[in-house]
Every structure is written in structure tokens, then in C-alpha cells.
Design a protein. Structure first.
Length: 37
């Protein structure tokens, strides 16, 4: 799974990759914030 993810990442343009990373980080922070209440 990890290798497939890396292969997909290497084919993805850097801008959309950065956008996906930002979204993932934001979602993670939101999730932790919601769980902590």
C-alpha cells in the first residue's frame, strides 16, 4: 500500500500533492481538536 501511494505521489503534480498534504494536515488537526473537545 505504501509503495503504491509513493508511486501515485511521484506521478502527481507538486501543486496538487501539496494541496492534498495541506488538506490531510488540516483534517488531522480538526480531528484531534474535536476529540479533545
Amino acid at each position: 500500500f505504501g509503495r503504491r501511494l509513493l508511486e501515485a505521489a511521484s506521478e502527481t503534480p507538486e501543486s496538487s500533492l501539496r494541496l492534498a498534504g495541506t488538506v490531510a494536515v488540516t483534517a488531522g488537526v480538526l480531528l484531534v481538536w474535536l476529540i479533545r473537545g
